[in-house]
Design a protein around this ligand. Structure first.
Ligand SMILES: [Zn+2]
Length: 144
């Protein structure tokens, strides 16, 4: 029983943790590139290793999975009924780290855009992507 359970968690972990180039992230990259925004990927020397970095816009973008980052009031964030405490601890730790990373980035003068995966589901992605572009243009105007 324990083994089966652990195996399930393990495979779930492996499919999600640290996964680079996830589909939602690719969506954002493709869109921004098509609109002429240029960016760097997974910059290691910045807090939290942001998924996209736009130096010209002094902006970093995180594309967060709703489950691992504990997206509040989101239907994709459902704590498993087993080992609930263990999961909560794990996700709370991720949340805390997210907050610390965002805080440090802002202190260093970065604008931080966080996009949750649910906002990139088919029915919402157009609106979300347009909103990202709007924010970037606004940031650029403020910088100039
Ligand atoms: Zn969500």
């Amino acid at each position: 029983m324990t083994d089966v359970h652990n195996a399930q968690i393990r495979s779930y972990n492996m499919s999600r943790i640290g996964s680079k180039n996830t589909k939602p992230e690719l969506l954002v990259r493709k869109f921004l590139f098509s609109k002429g925004f240029r960016f760097k990927l997974h910059v290691r020397n910045l807090p939290g290793k942001p998924d996209l970095v736009l130096p010209k816009y002094k902006t970093v973008i995180f594309v967060h999975g709703c489950f691992w980052h504990g997206h509040e009031h989101c239907r994709y964030f459902v704590i498993p009924k087993t080992r609930t405490e263990w999961w909560m601890e794990k996700i709370n730790r991720n949340r805390t780290l997210d907050m610390i990373h965002e805080g440090r980035l802002r202190e260093e003068g970065w604008n931080v855009i966080v996009i949750y995966e649910c906002a990139l589901k088919k029915e919402r992605q157009e609106e979300t992507l347009a909103e990202i572009a709007r924010r970037l243009l606004q940031i650029k105007m403020d910088l100039d």
